[in-house]
Ligand binder design. Sequence first.
Ligand SMILES: C[S@@+](CC[C@H](N)C(=O)[O-])C[C@H]1O[C@@H](n2cnc3c(N)ncnc32)[C@H](O)[C@@H]1O
Length: 274
Amino acid sequence: MDPRLQLRVQRYGWDRAASVYDRAWSRQLKPAQSLLLEMADLQEGEEVLEVACGSGLVTVEVARAVGPSGRVAGSDLSEKMLERARRALEGEEVDQVTLRRLDAQALDLPDAAFDAALCSLGLMYVPDPPEALREMGRVLRPGGRAVVGVWGERKRCGWADIFPIVDARVETEVCPLFFQLGTGETLADRMEEAGFQGVEARRISSTLHFTSDEEVLEAGFAGGPVAMAYSRFDESTRSAVHQEYLESIAPYRTDDGYRIPGEFVVARGERPRE
Ligand SMILES: C[S@@+](CC[C@H](N)C(=O)[O-])C[C@H]1O[C@@H](n2cnc3c(N)ncnc32)[C@H](O)[C@@H]1O
């Protein structure tokens, strides 16, 4: 896909998803976000960049970890997601938080300015993930750490058919390389190639729990990466994609809704001390 088109699809798609995202995904993504924060091991007073911070689910935790003497810079491609993040941070006792609309591949930030650079479940959407990793490395101080979380292997994510179901009805695939980083050692390899050392990756399984058809459909279509394409579907196309998606996740139907397998990979590496 043309990288500029991919950026537009992501930017305006996440704008559309913003009002649904927390309701649909905050519980489901918690295990991956908690592992990322554990591996980041943030300390009071540290200066932290969060790339693709979205609605601020992780940003709030980062602000609490570094405290009033720390500094947090959040960035995301979607202004509507950033608006949510601003609201999420309102109640927090942190003065030193800045939130800016920036593409992860071109961070308008100085070199060597942060102790840690985090990216939770954002790198799969970036046209050139290696460039985004290099940017995270550039803004880190020598010895600073980058911690990145992505979805895992396609075959271990029971909701994965949503992409071919939507892609069959649009001209260009929504997220062609979505599962690439989570496959095998790819994320760790990309981090090493981007110049990080001591790279360590951990893979976790999780279960996504949705209580009804409505909830699982809202999360899949309105609150995530296919939101842009979905917003343009007419009623009959929407009902066809709903039907196909529900059939694809039927094996995970339970008495209380759906319990869908998911997998995440989180990797950490350090910028070498020169
Ligand atoms: C699944 S959300 C993750 C949000 C947050 N990090 C979290 O863990 O809840 C993905 C985010 O990536 C952002 N994103 C997509 N492409 C991006 C890019 N090229 N640069 C920066 N952010 C991007 C989207 O706008 C969206 O907010």
